[in-house]
Write a protein that binds this ligand. Sequence first.
Ligand SMILES: [Zn+2]
Length: 386
Amino acid sequence: MPQSPPQTADVTRSPSTGAVADRLKFNGDNTFQRELRRRVEAHFKRNGHGQRDSGQMYLKTAIILAVFAIAYVLLVFVATTWWQGLPLSIVLGVAMAQIGFNIQHDAGHQAYSERRRVNRWMAMTLDLVGGSSYIWQRKHAHLHHTYVNIDGHDGDIHLGALARFSPAQKRHWHHRWQHLYLWVLYGFTAVSWHLHDDFRDIATATIGKQRFPRPRGKDLAVFVLGKLVFFGLAFGLPLAFHPLGTVVLFYAVTAMVAGLLLALVFQLAHAVEEAAFPSPDESGRMDTPWAIHQLQTTVNFARDNRVITWLVGGLNFQVEHHLFPRICHVHYPAIARVVEATCREYGVPYHANRSFSAGIASHYRWLRRMGRPDAVPAPLKPAPQT
Ligand SMILES: [Zn+2]
């Protein structure tokens, strides 16, 4: 994965992923991006840090995987009552989300290690927790990261008729209440991923409205094995020790916790009032350069909260992640200072909500606005000072 997707090249067919997209071109003026990249590179040179293979990251991986394994073993083999099972399945759900945010997400972006093989193995932790690393690569690393918040291209803002996140999406009468009911549906994010989404994507060979090649050879083997391991861990093994009802109940709690966390961290970055939802012109051109598009459509939150930063794998610094997806997330807080200063100097937006709750409130207001019959997006708010 390159540091950033191509800005002016024809992206009808990506050579790296083979995903097929409509022809979309960003404005080719990359003066800002070149300068920003130069300054961030200089920051790493000055500090003598590598951008990947951080000791901190390896330690964090060991902690998260250990918590996941311990919670699973205690839940399946030791717990005998609901009051033991409930906290364990909540911890397991948090650990599953953390594997996604921290380990798989960095590895899938080639930001975990300089070695491809390490990235590949770490990316497969997603298959362990029920997602497909193959489909993620196309859905997230290619489509979402290149075309953030562009309807019809960014699959992450496509929930079918269930939700309207963008002014470009058709409004249905039930969207009037989406700011109330979507919170419940977010809980089903992981369940839907486990039981439906990957299989539908493979069956239809499309992600959202975009076609993609089905996995073959080694990729197909990882997909099938991954599903077997996941279903074995989630249902097969527990059913050997517990009744069906108990297994389904604790699977549901675990998956709902993981799903809610995954959905919220995503929504706070892109589906909030501060984010833009631009559309291409009729010839498929975006008037902004790619880097500025990322800054218009992406919002940070709770940047001063170290606990949140640790838990969500730096995804409260989504601005930095979108601009530099190949840099390990443990470096985001440091490079955020460089990014923000450069944005101010160039008069480019840098959006951040002060806290997690401010992000939630902004997401709620955005959903309510998009659900109204006369929904017109408000002009972008200036970046709040944090
Ligand atoms: Zn990403």
